[in-house]
Design a protein around this ligand. Structure first.
Ligand SMILES: *Cc1c(COP(=O)(O)O)cnc(C)c1O
Length: 297
């Protein structure tokens, strides 16, 4: 993976900068087309743990559009482990790009109806075999956060005052808080609607010192809910592409960019002199669910 990590850069965002604030983006999306973004960072310590345990199979959970599923399939194969994905819902009739990718990387898919899927403890109890290593949905957990913390070590990020990221399970955000320096604040944009338990879930991955660091979660940029993509958001994604040549995804990073721009331009959210680092956490495969030609990238 080291070769891939060298591709990651920080890119200045001139259109985001005002007289008060400067912004740049950490392009984790350049890491790899499938394991792009934060997923590989979150997985790395789980995988090391699985190898150390002598496990031969990684088992995990995800929805049919889950970037985590494809990333796990790829990463498991890279280190010579089998993988099994428990997928929420019935087997879809049509082509599902993420699931096909996961299968190409050798993942065995097991479809679980939605009510059973909610009770993951039972699935783990009933299905687990010797030599299996379980990773929670989205890579949520302390090892995931430890892995995500290394995102801030890829390139020098110490000049930034605010680290801004999109938040699903909160694992990446917890990692960023862990590694944030004194004077750095982490701002998370929740992509789910009214997911107010998130703060507790982030805190559960932090020790007391880390939980005392400055961070905030914003809940106003969900655009109607998970993966909803009204025309306003699509138009905004095109604008980001034309202004900065940065591709974004409908689920996570488009909301992040939109939110940060709104906070700068309309909310005067960041104090004068702030230097923002947006984390482009990847996830561009999510755009495959749009009709072809919707986006110029
Ligand atoms: C999975 C994902 C996230 C969310 O990460 P969490 O650690 O679950 O909060 C953010 N951005 C992208 C592109 C993702 O694929």
């Amino acid at each position: 993976m080291q070769d891939f990590i060298q591709k990651i850069i920080i890119q200045h965002l001139p259109h985001f900068s005002s007289e008060n604030v400067e912004a740049a983006v950490l392009r984790l999306d350049l890491l790899h087309p499938v394991v792009s973004g934060n997923k590989w960072f979150k997985l790395q310590y789980y995988l090391a743990d699985a190898l150390a345990d002598g496990s031969h199979t990684i088992a995990t959970f995800g929805g049919a559009y889950s970037n985590h599923i494809a990333a796990t399939a790829f990463a498991a194969r890279q280190i010579g482990l089998k993988s099994i994905g428990y997928i929420r819902g019935e087997m879809p009739a049509g082509f599902m790009p993420i699931l096909s990718t996961a299968q190409e990387y050798g993942m065995e898919l097991r479809f679980v109806d939605r009510s059973r899927y909610r009770d993951k403890e039972t699935i783990m109890e009933e299905e687990s075999q010797p030599g299996w290593y379980w990773i929670m949905e989205g890579g949520y957990g302390k090892k995931g956060a430890e892995g995500a913390a290394t995102i801030l070590e890829v390139v020098d990020t110490c000049v930034y005052t605010h680290i801004c990221c999109a938040v699903g399970t909160g694992t990446m955000m917890a990692g960023l808080i862990k590694r944030a320096l004194p004077g750095q604040q982490v701002t998370g944009i929740s992509v789910l609607k009214n997911n107010f338990v998130l703060e507790k879930e982030v805190r559960a991955l932090l020790n007391d010192t880390e939980a005392g660091k400055p961070f905030s979660l914003l809940h106003d940029y969900h655009f109607g809910g998970y993966a909803k993509h009204p025309p306003l958001l699509i138009e905004y994604m095109k604008e980001i592409w034309f202004n900065h040549a940065v591709p974004t995804d409908i689920v996570y990073t488009a909301r992040l960019f939109f939110a940060v721009q709104d906070l700068i331009n309309n909310k005067d959210h960041f104090p004068k002199g702030s230097r923002l680092l947006l984390i482009h956490s990847g996830g561009l495969q999510g755009n495959h669910s749009l009709p072809l030609g919707t986006l110029p990238f």
